[in-house]
Structures are given as structure tokens and as C-alpha cells.
Design a protein around this ligand. Sequence first.
Ligand code: 8YV
Length: 322
Amino acid sequence: MNKPKVLIAKKIPSYVEEYIGKYCDYENFYPEENQGKFLLEKLCDKEGFLQSGIKIDDELLKSAPNLKVVSNISVGYNNFDTDAMKKRNVIGTHTPGVLNDTVADLIFALILSAARKVPLLDSYVKGGKWDVMDHPSVFGKDVHHTTLGIIGMGRIGQDVAKRAMYGFDMEVLYYNRTRKYDAEKNLGVKYAEFDHVLANSDYILVMVPLNDETYHLIDEPQFNLMKKDAIFINASRGATVNEKALIKALTEGSILAAGLDVYEQEPLDKHNPLLKLSNVVLLPHIGSATEKTRCDMAMLAAENLVKALVGEVPPNIVPELK
Ligand code: 8YV
């Protein structure tokens, strides 16, 4: 019997490819190296598509009439046009769970780096500048015993809350569309209205999925509510925040600093004003990027793909397509 044809558009470990190869005939094609315009041709006879972040819209689906499943190697799935996928009965899956702790670790790296000016101090030491240690301009802001506000108390938000409460004696306020009574009971996080969280937190983390409701959730009025010495952290998706408003807030001093892993446009344009600001720590969308977690994500995405192609229900279909 012919095996289903699959396109793999992201580099994954060879053992994951071997697993896919047991059930499918696969072809590798990396759009960024081979110019994306050939992608649609490659997809025209495929039933499965394993990738990360490629826009799955009507145009792509039209060119891939045999497509049954698109498997994201990511927990975020804002690249899916779920209406278009539903219309054509295409299954969409993602990789929740396996990356939570890794992303939560990175969020703390951002919090600590922004609060204690780690990148600046690193550049001083490497540049032979040592005589700054008593200068108030290098003094940071404490993290321990402060208040962390989390907008979006999902799986990753809860792992960040654990680190904040158990590791740093922080108080955690949160806002979520639906109240998370389990997290309140088990972790001790406190629910508050959106504006209250923004106005009363020393550190503010936005950790919501990007969709029509969360686009520019944090905009100029929200930055104006924050404390003047608040540090803002985003490791979700860039467009949950109006980047122009963030830049204004950082420039005019309506907040103290920011730590970012995601941007409205990625890669970041070389003229983006964020690159010139000294009160922001910038990372290149690296939240899940440890060797183990990236392998676990690839394997989970491969299992989702294979399950769908052998006629089983994959465990991680995105909620809108269930
Ligand atoms: C990246 C992420 O998508 O899982 C997500 O939603 O943002 C990240 O894990 C992934 O790392 C890009 O390859």
C-alpha cells in the first residue's frame, strides 16, 4: 500500500524523521533556504505538512487539495486560518505541554536581565570597564518580594507563577478571560481585573495566544496605567502588544524597562527603534529553544501528524478545529 505523502518544512532530529518515515513518504523542503515561492508546488500532492509558523490560509489550501493535516511544531497556532481549514476539513495540531517549563525559564531570564541590566553589564566587563560598580546608573531593581502581574494564566503562565512564588517570594496577580480557580487554590495566585493587574504590578508579563481578541491587547492606555518603574515582558506573540506604544512608553519613561522575545514583525527590521533603546532586552524568539524541548516538540508534532494520517484522532488538535 502507498504511504501518505508528507512535506517536512523544518529541520528536525533524524530519529523523528525516521519515525515519520515508517508511516509516510516524506520530502524535506526548507522554504527559507529554497525561496518560499516553490512551497505551493511542493505541497500539491501532499497529505501531511509538518512545519512551524507558515501561514496556512485559503491560498495555500487551494494549492494542496489532498492535504489532511497540518502539524505545527509550536504551541502557538496564529499561523492557522482555522475557518479556511475547517471549510476544507483539514486537521490542525500544535504542541502544548512539552515547552512550558523551558519557556517559563526564559521568561525569568528576561525578567532578571531587564531588572539587573545584565546585557549592559556584560558589555561593560567585556569592554574592560570595571569602575562602574558603585555608580547608580548600573543599579537595578529587585525581583524578589515584588508583585508579578500575569495576563494569561494558561499552562506557561502557571509555570512562571510557580517560579515567581516559590523562587522569588513574589506575589502573583493575574487576569485571565476565565478565572483559574485551580491555580488560585493550588498556587496561591490572586485574580484581579485587567486594569488592576496592570496598575499594581512591578513586573507585567503578557502570555496570551494571539487572536482577534488579543491583537494589541496592550496599547497606549494600558502602558499609561502601569507603574513608572514597571518592567514589561512579552514572550507570547509580538502583536498582542502595540509595539509603537511600547516604544513610546520606554522612550518617554512611562515604564522603566522591557524584556522581549517576540515582535510584531520577525525578524526585527534593522531600523526598528527598539534596537536603539538601552532599557530593553531583546531576544530572537527563542522561548522554547533548548535542545531537549525542541526535540520533544518535533516528536510530538510528528506523532500528531502520523496519527491523523493513519486515521486516528491526534491528541493535540487545536481547540477551534476539534
Ligand atoms: C516557536 C513558539 O514557534 O511554540 C510556540 O508557539 O513561539 C515557539 O516555540 C518555535 O520555537 C519556532 O520554531
